[in-house]
Write a protein that binds this ligand. Structure first.
Ligand code: TRP
Length: 381
């Protein structure tokens, strides 16, 4: 992935340097204004650093969702994950944000594990592997401390019966020429992938369908998922549902140059199952905004704007603005060198991993408690 390449952002591929404002224009979403941020913080009763630091930056109909909420009409949350490999720290960021929304707005969350999507779109991924990662990734999700009362994890392959009827109703409204235009498919696309696109709309309508009450849905997601919501919004009213709203984040930073994190470059990402020692090694090799010599850095200061270690502080480990400002000041002033700064981050990462891995162990026996299979009973009632 190089920055000189032309920007390409689809649900399956991100290439080139991402221009986030341009994505808003091309996708036709809205920027989250300062006013809207303050409105969320006011209802939530507290601020959230991912919103105030603009990692969560774009939306569709978020103002409409808040209008409804303030008039007493509750919404449900819907998000998901394509279980194609182990989870890295970057994945946890939007999940934690979703959890915050869930707690602050006291709403139900539907979480879709799209093992079918990953099976269909990833040439060498087997059914066994997607099942394994569905389980492992669910464990990571639960390790963040979700409560089963309000959290329903949908395993696409296992729970297809819950979604099939809504799925075919969606699919009937979407032509192949729309799918080609929105998702960029060509004739080499397998037909499963084409069908799958209908299935990603389904959880947005599931609550309305099961309980027979038209219910607004808010989707926290990365901006690359927007094509799915364009189609979902297009068909929603025709099927008697509200158009799903969304709240969209930028891609989360990694340890490589340009702050990129990618599952295919294991050194650019810290996986939740890395040993603390392994994670420390990755942090110590991270790309920073340091100068070529210690003397130069003491004289001129470092550059946090391009530093992946700083991005980790900003989006993961330093929610408190005072802490972040302090490390930034020290860096720019040449008071702290990269080695020391990486040591601090490595300590935080190790501590986090130890806790998260213990929570993973406890979550392993609890996966069934969160299963969307419970919805079958509600559907029959
Ligand atoms: N397609 C997403 C992925 O590849 C998974 C997903 C399904 C999702 N439904 C979602 C992500 C809703 C965000 C919101 O990861």
């Amino acid at each position: 992935m190089t920055d000189e390449e032309e920007m390409v952002v689809t649900p399956w591929e991100v290439r080139g340097k991402v221009d986030y404002d341009r994505l808003i224009k091309e996708f036709g979403t809205q920027k989250i204004s300062e006013e809207l941020k303050q409105r969320i913080f006011k209802i939530a009763g507290e601020e959230h650093f991912l919103l105030s630091r603009d990692l969560v930056y774009s939306h569709r109909d978020l103002d409409w969702i808040l209008d409804k909420y303030e008039r007493g009409e509750k919404f449900v949350l819907y998000t998901g994950r394509g279980p194609s490999g182990p989870v890295h720290l970057g994945h946890l960021i939007p999940w934690r944000f979703t959890k915050w929304l869930q707690e602050r707005f006291d709403t139900r969350l539907y979480f879709q594990m799209t093992n079918d999507e990953k099976f269909l779109f990833t040439p060498d991924l087997s059914i066994e592997e997607v099942h394994k990662y569905t389980y492992e990734n669910t464990v990571d999700l639960l390790a963040l401390g979700f409560e089963p009362e309000n959290t329903y994890v949908i395993d696409d392959i296992k729970h297809i019966d819950l979604m099939y009827e809504i799925g075919i109703r969606v699919a009937k409204k979407v032509t192949f020429s729309t799918a080609r235009a929105v998702y960029g498919f060509d004739n080499s696309m397998n037909i499963g992938g084409i069908w799958y696109t209908a299935l990603q709309a389904v959880p947005a309508f599931l609550h309305s369908e099961i309980y027979g009450v038209k219910t607004p849905c808010l989707i926290p997601c990365a901006i690359d998922q927007d094509p799915y919501w364009r189609v979902a919004r297009d068909v929603a009213e025709k099927l008697g549902y509200y158009k799903p709203a969304s709240i969209q984040n930028k891609f989360v930073p990694g340890l490589a140059e340009g702050g990129k994190m990618s599952a295919s470059d294991p050194n650019s990402a810290i996986f939740t199952i890395d040993t603390p020692k392994e994670a420390r090694r990755k942090v110590m090799n991270a790309f920073t905004g340091g100068r070529t010599s210690a003397k130069e850095q003491r004289d001129l200061g470092g550059n946090p704007d391009i530093c992946s270690v700083f991005l980790y502080y900003k989006f993961v480990f330093m929610p408190d603005d005072k802490d972040l400002a302090k490390i930034e000041r020290k860096c720019r002033g040449g008071e702290i060198l990269c080695g020391e700064c990486k040591q601090i981050l490595a300590g935080m990462v190790e501590e986090f991993l130890e806790k998260h891995q213990a929570a993973r162990e406890e979550a392993k026996d609890r996966v069934d408690e969160f299963s969307a299979a419970r919805l079958r009973d509600d559907l029959r009632r």
